[in-house]
Structures are given as structure tokens and as C-alpha cells.
Design a protein around this ligand. Sequence first.
Ligand SMILES: [Zn+2]
Length: 321
Amino acid sequence: MLDGNRKKKTYSKKIKRLRRGIVITVVAACLIPTCICIILSVRYDRLNAKYKQSTADLEWYRQRYGSELSILSAMQPDEDAAGAAGSDLGAETGGFEQDYADVDTSGAQNPEDIEGTRYVYLTFDDGPSIYTEEILDILKENDVKATFFVCGKPDAKYVNAYKRIVEEGHTLGMHSYSHKYSDIYASLDSFKEDFDKLRIFLYETTGVWAKYYRFPGGSSNAVSKVDIKELENFLEGTDATFYDWNISAKDDKAGNTKESIYANIVDNVPKFKHCIVLMHDAADKRSTVDALPDIIRDIKAMDDTVIVPITDNTLPVQHIK
Ligand SMILES: [Zn+2]
């Protein structure tokens, strides 16, 4: 009898263990795929949001630059213009390169310079974009301040980027509200209108009354129907200063790579005492973001060289004098 009872107990224990095993297996079989589904759907949502953001950004660029290229080719059918029209997305640096040899862009000397110190100003045009936050992260990790010449993008998704630029100690500069050359440079009035719109928009978004300006295409652009001198006078009257550049990443040129962007900047820094470096913060400029950490590291490693944001003490590099 005792043996029988013991056997029964052992069986019931075994059955209980078996049941527990089955329950655990069933629960695990349900839970694991559910968890995987949840993780995948979250990732899908994130990627989808990013994809939508990129598409919207590219659309923004197409709207502004697509027509610009046709305007440029229509206005300048000669060979010189091919340089301007041929540069990718809006001929940002086209005019500059033609004029570069004739213009003294060796870099203005800051009266407060410490003898022997080289100042490098990293500037980013055209933002905010899907990459602004990442650029800001890189700058933060490297404890570097830069200058952002931004456009007017009222979309809620960019509010944080504008604010972070200011909160994290970078300089917020202006680069036109619309970045649409055909509108901005059509007349002095249209330039003024665009300028005021951006300044007010930035003030309402960040509380900063911006005072540094970069002309779309630079002051040496060949697109403006208004004499750049007139636009300069207007800027002066509004207490704004414009900054061109003496080093270009050439990240708006077709075929640029992380390596070419790095070389265009780092190889040229030793040539100037004041380096105003042109880069772009735009949805189609991934290579610029990829090159940035190495650029910062290697500029910082140069003797007597500092990376600083544009301030009132920065005398501008200007292509047109
Ligand atoms: Zn631009």
C-alpha cells in the first residue's frame, strides 16, 4: 500500500511538473513572438517617421532648388554660368569659386586675437534638416560651438532644432526664409521681405534677434538682379553683418564623399589664420555628418588652433568688398 501511495505521489509530482512545463512553454511561445512583434512595430514606426521626414525635406529642396537650376541656366547660358548652374543644388559655391582668385579672403584679423592663434568657424547652411540634431550631438560630444545659417521652416518638427542651436551655445545666423533665389533676389523689396520674415520667425521661435547673415549662394552669387551692394547697405541698416567663407567643404558638389569633404576642409585650414568653413545641414548631405567627427578631431589637434562660433568679435570674410 505504502509503495502504491509513494508511486502515486511520484506520478502526480511528475504530472504537475509536466503541466508546469507545458504552461511555461505555451506562455513563452505566446510571449516571445508578441514581444518581437511589439519591438518590430516600434522600430517600423520610427523608421517610417524618419522616412516621411526625409521625403518631406527632399520635397522642400526640390521645390526650392529644382526651379533655381533652370533659372540659373536660363539667365547665364555662357560657359562661366555653367560653373554656377552645374554645382549641385542651387549653385551655393559656384560664384565664389570663379571669383575666389581675385578676392582677398585670407581672413580678417580679429583685433582681440592672441598672437599666433588660428580661429576656425564651422558654419552650416540651409538647416534645420533631419540631420541637425545629429550635428548638434556631435558638436556637444566634442565640446565645440558652431554657427548655423538657417532658413525658415515653420514645421513643428524643427522647433526643437532651432531651440537647441541657441540653448547649446551655438550662433544662430540667417540664410533667407525661403532660400528661393528667384524670389529673394528679384528686387530689394523682396529681399527685405524675406529677411524680415526670417528674423521675426527666428525671434518668435528662439527669442534670438539674429544679426549674422549669409547670402544664399554667397555675396558673389551671379543670380541677384539687385546689386549686392544695395543688399549690403540694407543689411547694415538693420544691424546685420554678412559672412561668406574662405574654406568650402564642397558638399554641395556632385560626387562628394566623406573623404573629399574632410580633405577640402582639413587640408585648407593651415592656409588661413581665420577660417570660415562652409558646410551644409541638409537632408541630402549625409556625408557631411559622417565627416564631421574626424574634421573636428583633426582641426583640434592642430597647433594653436581653436574652433569657435561667430560672434560680434569675428570680422567677416566677404567675397564682395
Ligand atoms: Zn544655402
